[in-house]
Design a binder for this molecule. Structure first.
Ligand code: 5FU
Length: 263
């Protein structure tokens, strides 16, 4: 078991150099939640209603803002107000993947102006180091954080082996802005304290017929030592009571974390 995996979120927050990571780790302990919900709905009001319901259970809201058909600036204002009301951070799962100059524009400008409201965003490392440098020019002065996609949850992902290893090295090099990873598990032997977030989490099913693969909170947090579970359809899927399901996942994630730190 890695040393960091045995520490509490607050112990890590107290010494963490990245402002967003510090804030996130603190509110995880405060809310007893390592749950991020992926709200993949396509209407502004559906998103806002769901976020208000699940807000008390989450530490981090994950958005795909470009799937919202009636997106407008008011939606962002309302999301930020909900984040303040329920105390959670916002992660726009944009998965940038272009050269540094282009991602700077995609991150700061256009319809969505992601850098102006998202505490955290993420990128692929396939373009090389320039993508991180470009995003950092925009995000660091605003006090934002970046996650690198070191692995993916989907079947047949090419983000493995030397690609994953090179991604970890880039994160260490840019650890002022890179605060963590999208990954299936905690990576051993890292010098910095990175927050590991894992999508592909479900308690009831094992996949979705389109390559998604689900593991349980126990497997992800306790066995694989990740920090945050990301759950989408398991919470808001058809016929589910989203507030109740969010609480079910929050409890499962929290209990798995407590088992881990008491090992
Ligand atoms: F980077 C990744 C990944 O490797 N797998 C993912 O599933 C991101 N995701 C996101 O997590 C995906 O885009 C969805 O927004 C969410 C998972 O949703 P689900 O409904 O729990 O499958």
């Amino acid at each position: 078991m890695s040393d960091i995996a045995l520490k509490t979120y607050t112990e890590r927050a107290n010494v963490h150099p990245n402002a967003v990571a510090k804030k996130l780790l603190r509110l995880m302990d405060e809310k007893k939640s390592n749950l991020s919900v992926a709200v993949d709905l396509t209407k502004k009001n559906q998103v806002l209603e769901l976020v208000d319901k699940i807000g008390p259970s989450i530490c981090l809201l994950k958005t795909h803002i470009d799937i919202v058909e009636d997106f407008d600036a008011d939606m962002v204002q309302q999301l930020v107000a909900l984040a303040e009301k329920h105390k959670f951070l916002i992660f726009e799962d944009r998965k940038f993947a272009d050269i540094g100059n282009t991602v700077k524009l995609q991150y700061s400008a256009g319809v969505y102006k992601i850098a102006s409201w998202a505490d955290i965003t993420n990128c692929h490392t396939v373009p090389g180091e320039g993508i991180i440098s470009g995003l950092k020019e925009v995000g660091l002065p605003l006090g934002r954080g970046l996650l690198l996609l070191a692995e993916m949850s989907s079947k047949g992902t090419l983000a493995t082996g030397s690609y994953t290893q090179a991604t970890l090295e880039l994160a260490e090099k840019h650890n002022d802005f890179c605060m963590g990873f999208i990954a299936r598990r905690r990576f051993p032997g890292l010098k910095s304290d990175f927050i590991h977030m894992t999508p592909g989490v479900g308690l009831d099913v094992k996949g979705d017929g389109l390559g998604q693969q689900y593991r349980t909170p126990e497997e992800v947090i306790c066995e694989s030592q990740s920090d945050i579970i990301i759950v989408g359809r398991g919470v808001y899927g058809s016929g589910r009571d989203a507030a109740q399901e969010a609480e079910r996942y929050r409890k499962a994630g929290w209990e798995a974390y407590q088992r881990r730190i008491s090992k």
